[in-house]
Design a protein around this ligand. Structure first.
Ligand code: ADP
Ligand code: ADP
Ligand code: ZN
Length: 218
């Protein structure tokens, strides 16, 4: 059982790499961003409550996202979890440690995907995803083979996120540096931190992550 965190600012490539690990290793991706977007579309009370906060690019409360993760950990069985976009605060990081311990499990590696801010604007403003299978694309770096059609499932339901604009990205980056980047030091001291170059090509990043997974203790 290998549990990992993918850590990095919006657009670092966490979702892209998580999907590859799901496909190649049968791990389960737990993306709090995806869970929150699902709650919004299904119109739950919680979804309504967080909509404005998400559109503004701010973090929703620890209580809400910890609750979402807690529910998954108690109901989903997996050969390993990929935490994607969680934890994002020190409070969430402490809670994750407690939850894993409660389930007799551990955190094996934290992979920091290092990128620079200049690259992120292009990453975020070019991002679109398949609304049916969740595949992540980019206008320039990862276009669909046939314009308007998902390579994986053939759907034409391709979507852009409301918060993927420069304004919201600026807020999301500030939130990242203020509240999430302290996790780098936190996990460094826990001897779990591994850094990969998130600016490399998708396959090269995947190869770096595979190295960590095949030998998490180094
Ligand atoms: P990105 O892929 O750009 O990193 P996500 O899809 O992970 O963004 O998250 C989208 C939004 O959902 C965030 O801007 C924030 O409002 C909310 N969110 C997601 N995960 C968390 C979390 N762990 N804690 C607080 N807010 C979160
Ligand atoms: P995150 O989940 O960290 O917010 P995503 O995986 O959604 O990031 O990637 C953001 C955008 O950048 C997407 O459009 C994706 O296709 C593209 N992308 C991801 N990784 C790379 C990479 N290594 N090189 C170039 N583009 C990438
Ligand atoms: Zn698809």
């Amino acid at each position: 059982m290998t549990n990992i965190i993918l850590l990095g600012p919006p657009g670092a490539g966490k979702g892209t790499q998580a999907r590859k690990l799901v496909e190649e290793r049968g791990m389960v991706q737990l993306s709090t961003g995806d869970m929150l977007r699902e709650a919004r579309t299904s119109g739950t009370e919680m979804g309504k409550k967080v909509a404005a906060v998400m559109d503004a690019g701010q973090l929703v409360t620890d209580e809400i996202v910890i609750g979402l993760i807690e529910e998954k950990l108690s109901t989903v069985k997996a050969p390993g979890f990929i935490f994607d976009g969680f934890p994002r605060t020190l409070g969430q990081a402490d809670a994750l440690g407690d939850l894993l311990a409660k389930h007799g499990s551990t955190l094996d590696a934290v992979i920091e995907m290092r990128v620079d801010d200049a690259a992120l604007v292009a990453r975020i403003t070019g991002r679109f995803t398949c609304g049916d299978c969740g595949e992540v694309y980019h206008d320039v770096t990862k276009p669909t083979k046939v314009p308007g059609v998902c390579d994986v499932c053939g759907s034409t339901n391709l979507k852009r996120r409301a918060d993927d604009n420069e304004d919201s990205l600026r807020t999301r980056l500030m939130e990242y540096y203020k509240k999430t980047s302290p996790l780098v030091g936190y996990y460094y001291h826990a001897k779990k931190l591994h850094v990969v170059d998130g600016l490399a090509e998708i396959e090269a990043v995947a190869a770096e992550i595979a190295k960590v997974l095949d030998n998490p203790a180094t």
